[in-house]
Design a protein around this ligand. Structure first.
Ligand SMILES: *[C@@H]1O[C@H](CO)[C@@H](O)[C@H](O)[C@H]1NC(C)=O
Ligand SMILES: *[C@@H]1O[C@H](CO)[C@@H](O)[C@H](O)[C@H]1NC(C)=O
Ligand SMILES: *[C@@H]1O[C@H](CO)[C@@H](O)[C@H](O)[C@H]1NC(C)=O
Ligand SMILES: *[C@@H]1O[C@H](CO)[C@@H](O)[C@H](O)[C@H]1NC(C)=O
Ligand SMILES: *[C@@H]1O[C@H](CO)[C@@H](O)[C@H](O)[C@H]1NC(C)=O
Ligand SMILES: *[C@@H]1O[C@H](CO)[C@@H](O)[C@H](O)[C@H]1NC(C)=O
Ligand SMILES: *[C@@H]1O[C@H](CO)[C@@H](O)[C@H](O)[C@H]1NC(C)=O
Ligand SMILES: *[C@@H]1O[C@H](CO)[C@@H](O)[C@H](O)[C@H]1NC(C)=O
Ligand SMILES: *[C@@H]1O[C@H](CO)[C@@H](O)[C@H](O)[C@H]1NC(C)=O
Ligand SMILES: *[C@@H]1O[C@H](CO)[C@@H](O)[C@H](O)[C@H]1NC(C)=O
Ligand SMILES: *[C@@H]1O[C@H](CO)[C@@H](O)[C@H](O)[C@H]1NC(C)=O
Ligand SMILES: *[C@@H]1O[C@H](CO)[C@@H](O)[C@H](O)[C@H]1NC(C)=O
Length: 832
C-alpha cells in the first residue's frame, strides 16, 4: 500500500513536471516546491487542549497527560487532507500543480509544486497562514575519519541495562537503516518483547527492504523523498527508494541509541569487543528523509517528523541542521523548529545534534529551547599504534591493525617500482594504489612505505586500495607517512587487515624517512636504490587502552552562545544543553553504505560527530521515560542536565579543545557555551531528585514575548498571542535548568521552580557568582515533598561594566544525596 502510493506519486510527478517544463519557456512560471501552512491548528494541538491554562507560572508541574490520549485520529486526519485538496482545487482550478505531502499532525499544511504566481495566490487566501519555499537541509554528518580526532574516546559501557528501554519507541529521522544488521534483530530477545500497542507506524516493503525486514525491535520504517525527486536529484538505485540506509549514518546512530546488547564487533578480522545501544531494549522506528549524496529538504523532513509523531514515537532523534540560518524574526521561527514544538507539545522528547561546525563561538545550529541540543566529547579509550625503528626510536600513529612479530626491512614505494615504471609515468605511484607498478621481489616480506597525500582526504586514493597493493605484493605490512601536501589534520582510526600504521605527524614522518635514508640499499650493478637496510617493527593498535584524560569537548563540536536572530544578538538560552560521547564511537554499519571510505564493506564503523553524541542522549532519555513515564520533554531534559558531570577522569574541570590544528595544545576549561550543563551521566540522570519543568503554554508565551512576533506565531501555529500571558515572559523566564543572561544592566531577578520526583528531601542552595556579578538566593534552604513544587528566586546585579562573558553556577544539595547543578552565564554587564 505504501509502496503503491509512492509509485503512483513518482508516476504523476513525471506527467506534471513535463507539463510544467513545457510552460517554463516563460521564466517567471518555473515551478518549485512550496510549504504552505494553514491557520487552523493541526491535530496534535487538539490533544493537549485540556492542559491549556491549568499551569502555574511555569506550566503544569511536570506531568503530561497527553501521553495516554489515543492517536487513532484517522477520521480527522483524512478530513484535514480533504481541506488541503479542496483549497488547491479552488485556488488553482484547471492549472497544473502537484501536492507532495499533506501535513496534519504537527503542522496543518502541505508541500506542493507550484509557480511563484500560484504561490502568491495561495498566500493571499484568508485561511492560509504562511507560504515558504522549500529549503535544503544537511545531515549533521559523521565527522568523516579524515577529520576525526586521534583515536581517543570510547564506547562507554553501561552495565546491567540489557532490558533497558523496553516499551519505549525512538524515532530516527536520518538516512535509513540496514535491517539485516544483528544490532536490530529480535532473535536475542528471549522473553516477552511486545510492540507497544499505541505505536501505529508501518513498514514499507520494497525490493531493498523486503517483507520481514521489520520485527519486534525495528517496528516501523518509511522513507520520504518527494521533494528530492521533484528536483531530479534522487536516484532510486543509489539513494534507495526505501528505508534502506545507503550511507551507514542512520544505521550507526540507531545502534548507538537502541542497538541490541552484546553484539560482537568485528572489523577487518579484528575483534573490538561487544557493542550495545544505550537503551538496548527500546524499539526503533525509522523515518528516512536524508540522503548521503545531497542531504535533504525541509518538505521531506517535516513529513517524516509529522509521521513519527502521529505514529506514537516517544523520542525523536534528529540529525538535520538547516543549511543556513532560516531568515526571519528569530532563529526559532522556521518550519522544522515549529513542527518540533508541536512534537514537544505531544510529549515527544526531541534530541538534536549541535552540529560539527566548532570550535568558533556561535557556531551552533540548533537553537530552540524546546529542543535538546547535544555536543560531542571524547572518551578515555585510545587505540594507540606505534612503529619501533631499528635505531630504537618509537613513533606513534594510528591504525586499527595488528603488529608484526619481528623486525622487517623497509622499502619506500618509489624505490620498489618495476622495470616498466618510473615516477614520471605515474606521479602518484607513491600512494600505492596500483600493484601492477611494483616489483614484487623488492616488496615481499618488507614493510612498504607509502605516502599519505591530500588525495586521500579528497577520496581520490584510499587506504583500502593501498592495503590491496601491499597484500598483492606479499608485503609484511604497510606504513604511511604524511606527505608535505598535508600540513595538519586529524586522522581517524582506520581498520587494516594486515599489520599497518599511519604516522599522522609531519615531524615523525620526517624522522621515519631520515632513518630510512640513512642506510639505503642499491642494486649491485646499476646502483639503483632498491630499498634500505633500515628495519622496523609495527606494534599494532587493536587493543584499547584506557586512562586517557576524558571527557574533553571535541574541537568540531559546535559552540554557543545561542544566536537569537538575524542581527546575531545573543539569546538568553544556553546551548548546547550538554555533551555526550561523540568521538570514535563504534556502532553498526551498513556494509553497502558509502558514508565513510575506510569502513566500506564493514558491519561496524568507528565514527565521530555530534551525530554520534545525540543518540547516546536519545537512548538515555528512553531509560528516563521508562522509569518516569509521565515526565514532560522539558523535565526529561532537566534530569539529563542537572545531573551532568563537570569533571574529567582526573577529577579536573572538563577541558574544551579550541583549535582544529593541534587541538590538544589548544585547550582550556570548558564553559557552558562549550559543554552546556556538562557531560551526560546516565546513572545520575535516572535519579534527578528535582526537575525543572516547562509546559507548552510557556513556550508559546515566550515566543509571543519576542518583539513583533505575534503575526509569525499566528502564521505558524494558528494560535493568537492574545491568549498567552506574554508581555513579561522572556527567555530568562523559561524554567530552564540553566540561567543565561545576555545583557545584565543593573539588576535582574530570575525565578525558577523545581518539582520533586523523589521522596521528601531538604535542600541547601549554594552558588558561585560569575565574575563581576553578585548573586542573592532565596530561599537558601527548603524542604520539599514528592510531587511538590517550589519557586526559587535569584537576584543578579552587575558590579562592573564588562562585555566579556563570565560563568558561575548554582547548586542544590539534598540531604538524601541528590545534587543539581545549574550553570549561570552572564555575557554583557553594566553596573547601574
Ligand atoms: C542512477 O544510478 C545508477 C547507478 O549508479 C546509474 O547507472 C544511473 O544512470 C543513474 N540514473 C540517473 C537517472 O542518473
Ligand atoms: C560478548 O557477547 C557474547 C555474546 O554475543 C558473550 O558470549 C560474551 O561474553 C560477551 N563478551 C563480553 C566481554 O561482554
Ligand atoms: C636498542 O635497545 C636494545 C635494548 O634496549 C639494545 O640492546 C640495542 O643495542 C639498542 N639498539 C640501538 C641501535 O641503539
Ligand atoms: C629488471 O631489470 C633488471 C636489470 O636491468 C633485471 O635484473 C631484473 O630481472 C628485471 N626485473 C624484472 C621484474 O623484469
Ligand atoms: C591485486 O591483484 C589482482 C590480480 O593480480 C588484481 O586484480 C587486483 O587489482 C590487484 N589489487 C590491487 C590493489 O592492485
Ligand atoms: C632522503 O634522501 C633523498 C635523496 O636520496 C632526499 O631527496 C630526501 O630529502 C631525503 N629525505 C629525508 C627525510 O632525509
Ligand atoms: C650484491 O652483492 C652482494 C655482495 O657481493 C651480495 O651479497 C648481494 O646478494 C648482491 N645483491 C644483489 C641484489 O644481487
Ligand atoms: C540522532 O541525532 C543526531 C543528531 O541530531 C544525528 O546525527 C543522528 O544521525 C541521529 N540518529 C538517528 C539514528 O537518527
Ligand atoms: C555519575 O553519577 C553517579 C551517581 O550519582 C556518581 O556516583 C558518579 O560519580 C557520577 N559520575 C561522574 C563521572 O560524575
Ligand atoms: C519592537 O520593535 C519595534 C519595531 O521593530 C521597535 O520600534 C520597538 O522599540 C521594539 N520594542 C521593544 C520593547 O524592543
Ligand atoms: C504571515 O502570513 C501573512 C499572510 O499569509 C503574510 O502576509 C505575512 O507576511 C506573514 N508574516 C510573517 C511574519 O510570516
Ligand atoms: C496572566 O497573568 C496574570 C497575572 O500574572 C493572571 O492574573 C492572569 O490570569 C494570566 N492570564 C492568563 C490567560 O494566563
Amino acid at each position: 500500500m505504501e509502496e503503491s502510493s509512492f509509485g503512483r506519486l513518482v508516476f504523476m510527478l513525471c506527467l506534471v513536471l513535463s507539463a510544467l517544463c513545457l510552460e517554463s519557456s516563460d521564466k517567471n512560471s518555473t515551478a518549485s516546491v512550496y510549504i504552505v501552512t494553514l491557520k487552523n491548528a493541526p491535530l496534535a494541538h487538539s490533544f493537549g487542549e485540556e492542559l491549556r491554562r491549568v499551569g502555574s507560572r511555569h506550566g503544569s508541574a511536570g506531568i503530561y497527560r497527553t501521553w495516554n490520549i489515543s492517536r487513532s485520529e484517522g477520521g480527522k486526519g483524512a478530513s484535514i487532507v480533504r481541506v488541503h485538496e479542496s483549497l488547491l482545487r479552488n485556488v488553482l482550478r484547471g492549472e497544473n500543480y502537484l501536492k507532495l505531502y499533506s501535513y496534519h499532525y504537527l503542522i496543518n499544511g502541505f508541500a506542493v509544486i507550484i509557480t511563484p504566481q500560484q504561490a502568491e495566490r495561495l498566500a493571499s487566501r484568508r485561511e492560509v497562514a504562511n507560504v515558504v519555499m522549500d529549503f535544503p537541509v544537511k545531515i549533521a554528518t559523521t565527522h568523516t575519519p579524515q577529520f576525526l580526532g586521534l583515536p581517543r574516546g570510547a564506547w562507554r559501557r553501561e552495565g546491567g541495562i540489557e532490558n533497558a528501554g523496553e516499551g519505549i519507541v525512538i524515532g530516527f529521522v536520518d538516512t535509513g537503516i540496514d535491517p539485516t544488521h544483528p544490532s536490530f534483530s529480535d532473535k536475542s530477545a528471549n522473553h516477552r518483547y511486545p510492540i507497544p500497542p499505541r505505536f501505529t507506524g508501518v513498514c514499507e516493503v520494497t525490493k531493498d527492504f523486503p517483507p520481514g525486514s521489520c520485527n519486534r525491535k525495528l517496528i516501523g520504517a518509511r522513507h520520504f523523498a518527494a521533494s528530492a525527486i521533484t528536483r531530479g536529484i534522487f536516484n532510486s538505485s543509489q539513494d534507495y527508494a526505501s528505508p534502506f540506509d545507503g550511507d551507514g549514518h542512520g544505521t550507526h546512530t540507531a545502534s548507538v541509541a537502541a542497538g541490541n546488547h552484546g553484539i560482537l564487533v568485528v572489523v577487518s578480522g579484528h575483534h573490538f569487543g561487544n557493542a550495545s545501544g544505550m537503551a538496548p531494549r527500546a524499539h526503533i522506528a525509522v523515518y528516512k528523509a536524508l540522503y548521503k549524496r545531497f542531504g535533504g529538504f525541509a518538505a521531506d523532513v517535516i513529513a517524516a517528523i509529522d509521521q513519527a509523531a502521529q505514529d506514537g514515537v516517544d523520542i525523536i532523534n534528529l540529525s538535520i541542521t538547516p543549511n543556513r540560518r532560516p531568515p526571519g524574526i528569530a532563529t526559532f521561527f522556521n518550519p522544522i523548529d515549529m513542527a518540533l514544538l508541536s512534537a514537544v507539545k505531544a510529549g515527544i522528547f526531541v534530541v538534536q545534534a549541535a552540529g560539527n561546525t566548532g570550535p568558533a563561538p556561535k557556531s551552533m545550529s540548533s537553537f530552540s529551547p524546546w529542543i535538546f541540543t547535544v555536543g560531542a566529547a571524547s572518551h578515555d579509550r585510545v587505540y594507540s599504534n606505534s612503529i619501533i625503528l631499528g635505531n630504537n626510536i618509537t613513533i606513534s600513529g594510528v591504525g586499527l591493525a595488528s603488529g608484526t612479530r619481528t623486525m622487517h626491512k623497509l622499502v619506500l614505494a618509489v624505490h620498489a617500482l618495476n622495470n616498466g615504471t618510473t615516477i614520471t609515468d605515474d606521479i602518484n605511484v607513491g600512494e600505492c594504489q596500483d600493484s601492477s607498478r611494483f616489483d614484487r621481489n623488492l616488496v615481499q616480506r618488507k614493510l612498504l612505505i607509502c605516502s599519505y597525500t591530500v588525495r586521500f582526504i579528497l577520496g581520490l586514493s584510499t587506504i583500502k586500495q593501498a592495503l590491496g597493493t601491499a597484500k598483492n605484493l606479499s608485503a609484511a605490512g604497510l606504513v604511511f607517512y604524511l606527505d608535505s601536501s598535508v600540513t595538519s589534520f586529524q586522522l581517524g582510526p582506520t581498520p587494516m587487515d594486515i599489520p599497518g600504521i599511519i604516522v599522522p605527524s609531519p615531524q615523525d614522518s620526517e624522522v621515519l624517512l631520515r632513518y630510512y635514508n640513512s642506510s639505503l640499499s642499491r642494486e649491485n650493478v646499476t646502483r639503483k636504490i632498491v630499498g634500505s637496510n633500515a628495519v622496523a617493527k609495527i606494534v599494532g593498535g587493536v587493543k584499547p587502552m584506557y586512562g586517557n584524560t576524558a571527557p574533553k569537548v571535541m574541537y568540531f563540536s559546535a559552540r554557543g552562545p545561542d544566536p537569537e536572530d538575524d542581527s546575531f544578538k545573543d539569546a538568553d538560552i544556553m546551548k548546547p544543553n550538554l555533551v555526550a560521547p561523540g568521538n570514535s564511537i563504534w556502532g553498526a554499519w551498513n556494509p553497502r553504505g558509502i558514508g565513510t571510505v575506510e569502513f566500506e564493506g564493514e558491519s561496524f564503523a568507528m565514527v565521530s560527530g555530534t551525530s554520534m553524541a545525540a543518540p547516546h542522549v536519545a537512548g538515555i532519555a528512553a531509560l528516563i521515560k521508562q522509569k518516569f513515564p509521565n515526565l514532560s520533554p522539558a523535565a526529561i531534559g532537566s534530569a539529563l542536565s542537572t545531573t551532568a558531570s563537570l569533571s574529567d577522569t582526573k577529577g579536573e574541570h572538563i577541558m574544551a579543545e579550541r583549535s582544529y590544528i593541534d587541538p590538544d595544545a589548544n585547550q582550556s576549561p570548558a564553559t557552558p557555551f562549550d559543554m552546556g550543563s556538562g557531560f551526560v551521566n546516565a546513572t545520575a540522570a535516572l535519579d534527578p531528585g528535582l526537575v525543572f519543568d516547562i509546559g507548552f503554554d510557556y513556550y508559546m508565551s515566550f515566543l509571543c514575548g519576542i518583539n513583533g512576533s505575534s503575526q509569525v506565531v499566528l502564521n505558524y501555529t494558528g494560535e493568537s498571542c492574545s491568549a498567552y500571558n506574554s508581555s513579561s515572559v522572556t527567555a530568562l523566564d523559561l524554567n530552564l535548568p540553566s540561567i543565561t543572561i545576555a545583557r545584565l544592566v543593573g539588576t535582574r531577578t530570575v525565578l525558577r521552580s523545581v518539582t520533586n520526583v523523589a521522596g521528601t528531601e531538604t535542600y541547601n542552595v549554594g552558588y558561585m557568582a560569575p565574575d563581576s556579578v553578585s548573586v542573592k538566593v532565596s530561599p537558601t534552604r527548603f524542604s520539599i515533598r514528592n510531587g511538590e513544587t517550589r519557586v526559587l528566586r535569584f537576584d543578579f546585579r552587575a558590579r562592573k561594566n564588562v562585555s566579556v562573558a563570565s560563568f558561575g553556577k548554582i547548586g542544590l544539595f539534598g540531604d538524601r544525596g541528590h545534587v543539581l547543578n545549574i550553570p549561570v552565564s552572564v555575557i554583557f554587564k553594566m553596573a547601574s
